[in-house]
Design a protein around this ligand. Structure first.
Ligand SMILES: *[C@@H]1O[C@H](CO)[C@@H](O)[C@H](O)[C@H]1NC(C)=O
Length: 578
């Protein structure tokens, strides 16, 4: 071989090695962090136009990545919205819609929740060797049939490890006597008392008149009293029954201490990241913050810091936690190949207030309505962003409509896993949109549910720039407001005889209803959207309803308790944290 040729071979080899090495790292699938806020509204962040509530860390995350200004949750309440985000499916497909009025899970000890045979993003990530962790709120069930079967626990849904609050925050967890039940129905105990008294009097009267004997009297009185006692007990003990923090399968705290929760979640998140820095395994970390749901509690550093009461303090602590994680990830080697997705499970809860009537809810900015209002945008259009430095451009705003379910599919593809093929997946890959390779939403139609009912459909035509929304139903608001008494119910919604059209692009606040019979153009649009809705509905296969009245009922025999009968423990790891 001539010396020149030798040189060439060496160079060529070197080149091949270089290419393999560089493409090897370039194509390495990213680590994934999902940060999910609770009830954070469209108008709560300074990056979304709030001028009096500074959220510098979340804003920075949005500036360094893509800000999604038209990103939609699949439901306007937590439980179904979270189910959809984790499965990429409309909640109705997984049975995560109610048969009755209750759209969310309200007890730890019951049978409601998402079946383990759903394929979650965590399971998908595990299938390609990712380490997975959930820190924070779950709200998708615990045990399915028996005490501690833990079939719906996060670790049975794909998470290798778990630290957090198994249900949801509730205002009952504060120690100042606030109650979800009486804030919604202030006169409930009078009504209950009256029913019980009438019932007992009736049996006593029957006995006095000698229509019944002693035994039926006792049985009758018991039958009247027992449900009332059960009811009063369950709803007055929520703090202990539901305020439970798990580390993996073990209860480490009961009742929950809200003041230090954010700090502890940050700490747990950091520890997981540090472990991955060491073992270099790819990972999915879901940080499901309890903020900014009632009860509003923060550490003392944030108490009274904002101009917006304890709600504002909570938003600021959420911002702090986000900043801590982002700063850490940027210092780490793994940070260079990490995608961070920030979003909120639904809009701000406008009706929420403390016992003195002061607002405890956030702002949805220009949007109409809020949490629990079904299909209006204030309930489902949530402040969101995606950060993936070097891969998706910085400082870009995407106003194309997308759904949280899309991130299921986007992440699945990005990490090189297979999108489940044995079931309907509604999420679509939005990565080309994020990268700027495509400029249009992957969806033409979006369906907006309130419980099991499609209340509206959104349409993104394949040309032009206008997004349309056709509302079949709207919440039954208190006259002159955009609010219900405590939360809007799907059943009470006003059903329009002729659906109402909105040009969401020029009228994001849904304040200028368009009469579809006023112009053929609108009529045609509506027809197209109605047809799409019918096709969508026809694609729904009936499944076991996971949120029936009986599944949601509190079951004393399924009640987790760290040390019966006290049910009182605190997490030793965080003895020193306030
Ligand atoms: C900023 O957020 C607070 C808290 O939600 C809210 O009261 C206020 O109205 C918001 N401001 C704007 C301009 O949206």
């Amino acid at each position: 071989m001539a010396p020149g040729t030798k040189h060439c071979v060496v160079l060529l080899l070197c080149f091949v090695v270089c290419v393999v090495l560089t493409t090897g790292t370039a194509d390495k699938p990213p680590n994934i962090i999902i940060m999910l806020a609770d009830d954070l509204g469209f108008g709560d962040l300074s990056g979304f136009g709030n001028t009096t509530l500074p959220t510098p860390h979340i804003d920075k995350l949005m500036k360094e990545g893509v800000k999604l200004t038209h990103h939609l949750a699949a439901a306007s309440v937590c439980t179904p919205s979270r189910a959809a985000l984790l499965t990429g499916r409309y909640p109705i497909r997984s049975g995560m819609v109610p048969a009755g009025r209750m759209r969310v899970n309200i007890f730890v000890a019951n049978r409601a929740g998402m079946l383990p045979n759903e394929t979650t993003l965590a399971e998908v990530a595990k299938s390609v060797g990712y380490k997975t962790a959930l820190v924070g709120k779950w709200h998708l069930g615990l045990s399915k049939d028996t005490f501690e079967d833990h079939q719906m626990h996060p670790m049975n849904q794909g998470f290798d490890q778990y630290y957090g609050h198994i249900l949801t925050n509730m205002k009952d967890f504060s120690e100042d006597g606030e109650r979800v039940l009486t804030s919604q129905r202030p006169r409930i105990y009078y009504s209950l008392g009256s029913i019980v008294s009438v019932g007992i009097l009736l049996f006593v009267w029957l006995y006095k008149k000698q229509y019944i004997g002693k035994v039926p009297l006792v049985i009758g009185v018991f039958l009247v009293l027992a449900p009332a006692v059960y009811f009063v007990f369950a709803f007055n003990m929520l703090r202990i029954l539901n305020g439970i923090v798990f580390r993996n399968y073990e209860i480490v705290e009961q009742p929950i201490k809200l003041e230090s929760l954010m700090k502890r979640y940050v700490q747990e998140g950091m520890e997981f990241l540090e472990a991955r820095e060491k073992d270099k395994e790819p990972f999915l970390l879901v940080l499901s913050w309890d903020h900014v749901h009632t009860a509003m509690r923060t550490s003392k550093e944030f108490k009274g810091r904002s101009k917006h009461g304890r709600y504002g303090d909570s938003v600021m602590e959420l911002d702090w936690g986000t900043g801590e994680i982002m700063n850490r990830i940027k210092q780490m080697n793994i940070g260079k190949n990490t995608l961070v997705y920030f979003t909120s499970d639904n809009g701000a809860h406008l009706e929420e207030s403390d016992m003195h009537g002061n607002s405890d809810g956030g702002s949805n900015g220009i949007l109409k309505g809020g949490k629990a209002h079904g299909a209006v945008d204030g309930g489902i259009r949530v402040p969101s962003s995606v950060w993936y430095p070097g891969k998706i451009p910085a400082n870009i705003v995407i106003d194309e409509p997308t759904m949280q379910m899309d991130m299921f599919t986007t992440i699945t593809k990005l990490i090189g896993a297979d999108v489940p093929r044995d079931r309907s997946i509604d999420g679509r890959d939005m990565y080309p949109l994020l990268e700027g390779k495509k400029l249009i939403s992957p969806h033409e139609f979006f369906f907006h549910y309130c419980g099991p009912t499609v209340q509206a459909v959104r349409y993104r035509p394949r040309s032009g720039s206008t997004v349309w929304k056709l509302a079949y139903e709207e919440p039954d608001y208190l006259p002159g407001t955009q609010r219900c008494l405590f939360a809007c119910n799907c059943e009470d919604a006003i059903k329009f005889e002729q659906p109402i059209l909105y040009d969401i692009t020029s009228d994001p606040g849904e304040s200028k209803p368009i009469d579809i019979s006023s112009d053929k153009k609108y009529k045609d649009l509506a027809e197209l959207m109605i047809k799409a809705t019918e096709e969508h509905k026809a694609s729904i296969v009936p499944v076991d309803c996971r949120l029936t009245f009986f599944k949601i009922l509190w079951r004393p025999h399924m009640q987790p308790c760290c040390n019966f009968p006290y049910c009182s423990c605190s997490d030793h790891k965080y003895k020193h944290i306030e």
